[in-house]
Each structure stands twice: as structure tokens, then as C-alpha cells.
Design a protein. Structure first.
Length: 505
């Protein structure tokens, strides 16, 4: 049965907003010595916005007359541009229902997360697929030695703690309280990493078929988790890497799509590195409360701040602006701030939500390993937490500086905003296909995830993500191999025709 046209689009863009987005884009009309018809320049601009994720797929476009007035062009120009987009597969229309963005049928869309290579299999490959650092030693080993000393009482029990061991729940509650978010242990459930928390929340709040709003771009593995769970993803484009959330767009999406849940990364966003301000956090919580949407805030990167920023402090946790606890649920983990091999995360939510999550856990993973929980509790309650996290923070900062310097020197046409924390750099690849650069890079011994893995329906073709996992001289060697890969793409030396060499042309 044919799907009704009214269900084909999940959000809309107004004529004034689309005109502003088009004005900020670089299209073929801007290339020296090249002249193209006005309708083709407009079509190229809209297609580029779709590729970059700034206008998501399934977004309803304004009527031809409205857009013509906003752009100051004839309606004939807009009609011809829309027809060109339909012919290229980037627009679908139905009489009486308008037009909405699309991607060409059969186009390959790389979306899945990029798993890290096993260390013993990497060889000479520089693997930039995983945003994680080696463990901070000797602090991690000391925490496990202390945990072994505390294990005996737990070993005399059945060992199942679906909500988490009491000492870790208490430590996490105290930590939130110290950050300005009063929390009881009953509001904490320990999970197997942040991904375990997001998975449990999606099953509880947004079962199969429900809408879930997400930052666009967003963390690749969570996007895939939500796809696999049957969620209907509603992408909400970021304003840019520096500005982060676009609150007018968020308000419109929450109002029009009414998603049951929204997954956001306010702290050193993965992949862009953006950091939401206090004002943005307050406004988003208010918009979510008005729409009846539950915000799931991923704080995995929150401890990896390289500087305190304006005013000498970092923004408040998102939950600060939800004192009633009905609109914000927080997930966190030590996998980014301590070690990825330490798969301990948590959910902070209202007690009734935690009880529901714990009850449902009998049908999932039952609980998280006790020894690892004891080690994390020891780190958080002893004097090892700040030295351990500080060691990783310093290493990530040094790696960031080395990577930024190398990319600026060897890939001067790549564009990016230097983040103030986190583990990732989101780089625009000078008009070339990020998917092709990733393909060529792997042949040359450097492995990077391309932009579409962090988007929906093929968006972000012109980007790659570079994590802060290597320092000098390896960072410079990685940039040199990426520069060679970009040259292969630019000259057409990469075989295959599934992805264009340039995502602009």
C-alpha cells in the first residue's frame, strides 16, 4: 500500500530559513570562471544542504511562490530548480502535499559505526576509527587492586545487582549533587557503558515505531542502535560546530513532530566537539517540557574539558534546568574519561523511571560486573579520580594540538572548528567526498570514519571525523596519508563510481 504523502516528511523548513541557509552555502556559481543558470545554482545549493545535513532528508520545502519571494527570484527559477532536484532524486512531490527532500534511490549510504581494529591486527595502519585513549596508569591498576580487596563480601552473595552496587550508586549521586544537581542513590542505575543506558531508555520510552529526535550529526553507534530498535529518527541540524544547537529549529521539530524522546550530546558533542551554553540548555529543556518530549542527555565527554571557557566555568549539567526531573534523563560513562575497556556507565533519572529500568533489566543483561563497579567506586570516592581523568585530559589536549597543527599544514583547504574539549575533530574535506577519502586512506594506511556514518540518509558526505587518539609524530603521519588520499580522490585515481569525487559538483 502506498504511504500517504502527509507521512513522508518529518519536519519542515520555512522560506526565510532556507534562504538564509542557501546564502551561507558555496555552490558551483561561486567557482571562478564558471557560470551556471540561476535554477541550476539554486538546485546545487539545496542538494549541498542535503549532503551536509543542514536540511535533513524528509524535510518539507516551502512552496515555490514563498521561496521565490524570499530569494528575490522568479517563480519559474524555483520551479525549474525543483524539477532538476526531482530528476536527480533529491526531491519528491505530490500534488496537494508539497515537496520534500530525498536521496536518490539505490544510492549507497554508509551509516554503521566504525569498529576499532584489534591492536594486534592494526600493523602499520593508523586507526582513527575509535575515539578512545589508553588507560591512565598506574591509577587504573591501583583501583582494581583496591577493588579485589573489597570483593570478598560480594563474592558471598549471588552477585546480581541490577541497579548497581550500593557504594557506586551513592558515589554517583554524591557526584551529581556536588555538580549542582541534587541526587539520591535511588535515582541511579549502573549500566554497561552509556550505550547500555541509551538502549534501555529507548526500549522503555520510545519502543519500535516511535519518533526519536537526534542532533544531526550525532554519535554513529547510537544512531545505529536507534535504527536497529525500530525508532523513526527525526534529525535536527546543528547551527554549526561553534554555535551548536539551533533552538528555533529544535522548537519547531519538537512542536511539529512531537517525538517521544530526544537524544542530545550537550558536552563536547561527538562528532563536532560543540559545547551547549547554559542559555541553550535552559531553552531546550523548556521546549521539551512543552512538547512532552523526554531529553536523554549523553554526558560521556563532560569530564574532558581542556579549559573552563567564558566566565571561568563550564555550563551547568542539562538536568540542572529540570528540577522536577520529568524532562531530562542523563547517561554517563567512564569509558571516555578513564578507559574504554572499563564498561561501566549509568543512568540518572526519576526514581520511578529507575525502578522501571531495573525491572526490565531481567530481560536484558541482568547487571554490570561487580569488580569493575568496585574499581570505579574506588576511583570516585578515593583520591584517584582527578589524577586519572586529568592524565587523560592532558593527553587528549596535547593530541588535539598536534592533530590540528598537522591538518592545518598538510590539508590547508580542510575546514574545522577547534573544540575546547572532548575527543573529536569534525573536518570539512575541501569539497571532496569524505567516503572516498576514507576509502583511499585505508589503502594508504590510515583509517577514518566518513561523515555519513554520523548522519541520516547520506548526509555529511563532505566530512570526516578525526579523534584525538594520537600525538606527534603519528598525528603528522596520519595527516600526510590523508593528504595523499585527498589527492587520489581529487585526481580521480580512486576506482568505483558509487560516490562522486566531489560532493559539490
Amino acid at each position: 500500500m502506498t504511504t500517504p504523502a502527509t507521512t513522508r516528511w518529518t519536519s519542515a523548513v520555512g522560506a526565510p530559513q532556507l534562504a538564509r541557509l542557501l546564502a551561507s552555502q558555496r555552490t558551483a556559481q561561486d567557482e571562478p570562471g564558471r557560470r551556471v543558470p540561476a535554477y541550476r545554482s539554486l538546485a546545487d545549493g539545496v542538494r549541498l544542504l542535503i549532503h551536509e545535513g543542514r536540511v535533513p532528508v524528509a524535510t518539507r520545502l516551502p512552496a515555490e511562490r514563498e521561496l521565490a519571494a524570499a530569494l528575490g527570484v522568479s517563480r519559474t527559477t524555483v520551479a525549474a530548480a525543483f524539477e532538476a532536484l526531482r530528476a536527480d532524486g533529491f526531491l519528491e512531490s505530490r500534488r496537494g502535499s508539497g515537496s520534500w527532500t530525498a536521496v536518490p534511490a539505490g544510492a549507497p549510504v554508509p551509516t554503521r559505526g566504525l569498529e576499532p581494529l584489534p591492536p594486534e591486527a592494526a600493523g602499520s595502519m593508523i586507526d582513527l576509527g575509535c575515539a578512545a585513549l589508553p588507560a591512565p596508569e598506574p591509577h587504573l591498576s591501583a583501583a582494581f587492586r583496591a577493588a579485589l580487596g573489597e570483593l570478598a563480601p560480594y563474592a558471598h552473595t549471588h552477585g546480581d545487582y541490577p541497579a548497581g552496587i550500593p557504594s557506586l550508586r551513592e558515589a554517583l549521586a554524591e557526584r551529581y549533587t556536588a555538580r549542582g544537581v541534587p541526587t539520591m542513590p535511588e535515582q541511579i542505575m549502573v549500566t554497561t557503558g552509556a550505550m547500555g543506558g541509551v538502549a534501555a531508555l529507548s526500549r522503555l520510552i520510545a519502543p519500535r515505531g516511535e519518533r526519536v529526535a537526534v542532533d544531526h550529526p550525532s554519535y554513529a553507534n547510537v544512531l545505529q542502535l536507534l535504527r536497529d530498535s525500530g525508532a523513526r529518527l527525526v534529525p535536527v541540524p546543528l547551527a554549526d560546530e561553534l554555535a551548536g544547537w539551533d533552538l528555533p529549529v529544535w522548537r519547531r521539530v519538537l512542536r511539529d513532530s512531537a517525538p517521544r524522546m530526544a537524544y542530545v550530546v550537550p558536552d563536547f558533542h561527538n562528532p563536532t566537539g560543540s559545547l551547549a551554553t547554559d542559555e541553550q540548555r535552559r531553552d531546550l529543556v523548556a521546549a521539551a517540557r512543552a512538547a512532552g518530549t523526554v531529553l536523554v542527555a549523553d554526558e560521556s565527554m563532560a569530564d574532558l574539558a581542556f579549559d573552563e571557557g567564558p566566565g571561568g566555568r563550564l555550563p551547568c549539567p542539562l538536568a540542572t534546568f529540570d528540577p522536577g526531573g520529568s524532562s531530562v534523563i542523563t547517561v554517563g560513562t567512564v569509558s571516555k574519561s578513564v578507559w574504554a575497556g572499563l564498561r561501566i556507565g549509568w543512568v540518572r533519572a526519576a526514581p520511578d523511571i529507575v525502578r522501571s529500568l531495573v525491572a526490565a533489566r531481567a530481560y536484558a543483561d541482568l547487571g554490570s560486573p561487580v569488580l569493575e563497579q568496585l574499581a570505579v567506586a574506588h576511583l570516585m570516592t578515593g583520591d584517584g579520580w582527578e589524577p586519572a581523568v586529568g592524565q587523560l585530559r592532558d593527553r587528549a589536549r596535547g593530541n588535539r594540538d598536534a592533530l590540528v597543527a598537522a591538518v592545518r599544514e598538510l590539508l590547508p583547504d580542510w575546514e574545522f572548528t577547534v573544540p575546547r574539549g572532548g575527543l573529536t575533530l569534525w573536518a570539512r574535506t575541501g569539497g571532496l567526498s569524505g567516503s572516498r577519502i576514507a576509502e583511499a586512506g585505508e589503502r594508504l594506511g590510515v583509517r577514518v570514519p566518513s561523515g555519513p556514518r554520523f548522519g541520516i540518509d547520506g548526509a555529511f558526505e563532505g566530512y570526516v571525523r578525526l579523534p584525538f587518539t594520537i600525538g606527534e609524530p603519528l598525528a603528522r603521519e596520519a595527516a600526510a596519508r590523508l593528504a595523499a588520499a585527498a589527492d587520489l580522490v581529487r585526481t580521480g585515481a580512486v576506482s568505483g563510481a558509487d560516490v562522486p569525487r566531489s560532493y559539490v559538483a
